[in-house]
Design a protein around this ligand. Structure first.
Ligand code: FMN
Length: 323
């Protein structure tokens, strides 16, 4: 499939994730085998008002390519200008978020709210296309709720609008993150539309990715599993190429990766903000490690990075000695 000008076969994409998939995390996942990256979503109206935090989200560095800049909103004039700004910021393609389920966004008709108004959805995509020479892709959900699934109409509409690829998070807006993603919609979408299709929702293993490819998808997108295990991308690639699971990283390898991520995160976000915001990542790196209540408490209270690193090293040393 093509993303931007990049020809990719069965790419493993890192999902856009607000407050998680910032540059340090994206680069870490790329090093771990992610083929395509996306920015956190930027609000088109804030972007055109030059709100610094939103404009900064759009920045693309060469090391991150191929990378999409994701925007959301439904004001066509703002979307058109925001698309041009994404292009100026160095995007390879512009991704449109039509799947955000958060009440404040969806209930005002943006994000997944567009699934209740397809003419407005189409107009928003058309505005993005007018605003940039770059390809436009769309990320959405199956529909607003189980009784109003519009995935097939949306796929046909987007193909007709000239969208380069469709990412489908196989849940409805009402589901949020509850229940299981329903991948059975993927072959149905494939049957009605030739639009390049990226599967999303609950993909966490090579088996999951394989199932989505067998359903006719061109790519897969991984979100929460990458927060838990950023090495999931290389694990999937290793299984696809050798048929065997690589060994799970040791605790020391996981902790060293965590420390590298911590240093990059804090360098990017500054002190103390980065120390606080990194706290959401420890759970993933330390998953299934026994007796970590005290360690976890310390990691949630320490505000000095070197103290955190020392504590992590001491924990691994003690863990290895006890094995
Ligand atoms: C913390 C967090 C932030 C997210 N932010 C965004 C976002 O900015 N844009 C977007 O399209 N989706 C966002 N999502 C949704 C993910 O991209 C993805 O669709 C969802 O997590 C399902 O995939 P998964 O089961 O692999 O996690 C976010 C998800 C999480 C967990």
């Amino acid at each position: 499939m093509l993303l931007g000008r990049h020809e990719l076969k069965h790419p493993l994409c890192l999902a856009p994730m607000e407050d998680v998939a910032d540059r340090p995390f994206r680069l870490l996942c790329k090093e771990m085998g992610a083929d395509v990256l996306y920015t956190e979503f930027a609000n088109c109206e804030a972007v055109i008002r030059n709100v610094p935090r939103e404009v900064a989200k759009m920045e693309v560095t060469d090391a991150e390519r191929p990378m999409g800049v994701q925007v959301y909103g439904s004001n066509v004039a703002a979307l058109e200008r925001a698309a041009g700004m994404a292009e100026a910021a160095g995007a390879d393609f512009v991704d449109f978020n039509a799947g955000c389920w958060v009440k404040k966004i969806a209930n005002r008709g943006d994000g997944a709210g567009l699934l209740r108004d397809l003419p407005r959805f189409r107009a928003a995509v058309a505005a993005l296309r007018r605003g940039t020479q770059l390809p436009v892709t769309v990320k959405t959900r199956l529909g607003w709720d189980a009784d109003t699934i519009v995935a097939l109409e949306v796929a046909r509409m987007l193909e007709d609008t000239g969208v380069q690829a469709l990412t489908m998070h196989c849940r409805t807006r009402v589901q949020g993150y509850s229940g299981q993603a329903d991948w059975s919609w993927l072959p149905r979408i494939r049957a009605v539309s030739a639009i390049p299709l990226i599967a999303n929702g609950d993909i966490a293993s090579a088996q999951d990715a394989q199932t989505c490819f067998e359903y006719g998808c061109d790519g897969v997108m991984i979100g929460r599993a990458a927060i838990q295990r950023p090495w999931v991308f290389q694990e999937i690639k290793a299984i696809f190429s050798t048929g065997n699971s690589p060994p799970e990283p040791s605790l020391r390898e996981r902790v060293e990766l965590c420390i590298r991520h911590l240093r990059a995160h804090v360098a990017f976000r500054g002190v103390p903000r980065g120390i606080f915001s990194f706290r959401r990542f420890y759970g993933g790196y330390l998953k299934n490690v026994p007796n970590i209540a005290h360690l976890r408490r310390d990691l949630m209270t320490y505000t000095d990075m070197e103290q955190i690193i020392e504590r992590l090293h001491a924990f691994v040393d003690a863990y290895e000695q006890s094995e």
